[in-house]
Design a protein around this ligand. Structure first.
Ligand SMILES: Cc1ncc(C[n+]2csc(CCOP(=O)(O)OP(=O)(O)O)c2C)c(N)n1
Length: 319
């Protein structure tokens, strides 16, 4: 795929932003600086970046419980997301949603859903609205290989294919579902193989190669936008942290982290950009410095922001 150097650099910056945001969020969480629970996506930066960089700003995504990287790649302001993790009023969900329910309608980020698979009917619904409105928008629903076994996933894929909805089903196959390796719950070798059962194309890509992910997602988005219906993409990657921060990970296949670190998505893109003269030591330092300042600002913004007032607790409650 012929990707202009500016776009490759923007993806490189985004992948570094995601990695460094997640590592900082992990530290802050372990220090007890914000409440709740977080699931980070360290190792999956190419998957989420390649997927979202294939979309238009007015397209939709439906994030999962592991949605920080998905949302950053779609343009959520880092400081508003950090404030949301802190439960502050300046957060994207006014401090009411937290890590697993990130939402930013201006950026087309429909609310993250922690109930496995339930983001996909939302994505299909958004796609249906786009189809009826004729506005050319596409919706991309993220899910994991664990969620792929949920009934709602099959129902949604069947109907979306039948109705040729402009939706992309994007599976981040990160090897583990909570404490189970994929071999413990999947008989098929690839989740993408299931696409044939619904009458849509299914592709498996190297989820640690951002350009391969970008190419596959661009193809799927192009199909969707031209009225040809959905595609199932399986992006094979690995989460390098636990299911949640603090997870002792006793279930891991021995040595797998070392093996996957050799395929680190950021290092791979960096090597390519250096080889092609798009990046050098100096410009790398500039990118990293800028990313670190963005994150430092996000943390400061979150810390200085107020909590919602107790008397606001029942505002925006509809049921
Ligand atoms: C319907 C439902 N069942 C079980 C859970 C508990 N649960 C939360 S995350 C998770 C594993 C998810 O694995 P996967 O879909 O592969 O996503 P990943 O965490 O790897 O990103 C489970 C079983 C849930 N949230 N929703």
């Amino acid at each position: 795929m012929n990707v202009p150097p500016e776009k490759m650099l923007a993806m490189y910056r985004m992948m570094n932003l995601i990695r460094r945001f997640e590592l900082r969020a992990s530290e802050l969480f372990r220090d007890g600086r914000f409440p709740g629970w977080i699931h980070v996506c360290v190792g999956q930066e190419a998957s989420v970046t390649g997927a979202c960089f294939a979309l238009r700003p007015d397209d939709y995504i439906c994030p999962t419980h592991r949605g920080h990287g998905q949302s950053l790649a779609k343009g959520i302001p880092p400081e508003r997301m950090m404030a949301e993790l802190f439960g502050k009023k300046t957060g994207t969900n006014l401090g009411r949603g937290g890590s697993m329910h990130l939402c930013d309608m201006e950026k087309g980020i429909l609310c993250g859903v922690a109930i496995l698979g339930d983001g996909l009917p939302m994505a299909a619904g958004a796609a249906m609205s786009a189809k009826l409105a004729g506005n050319g928008r596409v919706a991309l629903g993220f899910f994991g290989e664990g969620a792929s076994n949920e009934g709602i996933v099959h129902e949604t894929m069947n109907l979306a294919a039948l109705w040729d909805l402009p939706v992309v089903f994007f599976c981040e196959s990160n090897q583990y579902a909570e404490l189970s390796h994929r071999s413990a719950h999947l008989k098929v070798d690839t989740v993408a193989a299931r696409a044939a059962g619904y009458g849509m194309p299914g592709v498996t890509v190297d989820g640690n190669d951002v350009l391969e992910v970008l190419q596959a997602t661009s193809d799927a988005v192009g199909r969707a936008r031209s009225g040809k219906g959905p595609t199932l993409i399986e992006s094979v990657t690995c989460r390098l942290h636990g299911h949640y921060e603090g997870d002792p990970q006793v279930y891991r296949v021995p040595g797998d982290i070392d093996e996957w670190r050799k395929k680190d998505p950021i290092a791979r893109l960096e090597e390519k950009l250096m080889k092609e003269g798009v990046l050098d030591a100096k410009s790398k330092e500039t990118v990293i410095g800028e990313v670190d300042r963005t994150i430092a600002f996000a943390v400061e913004f979150a810390e200085k922001s107020p909590y919602p007032a107790p008397e606001e607790a029942l505002e925006l409650v509809y049921a």
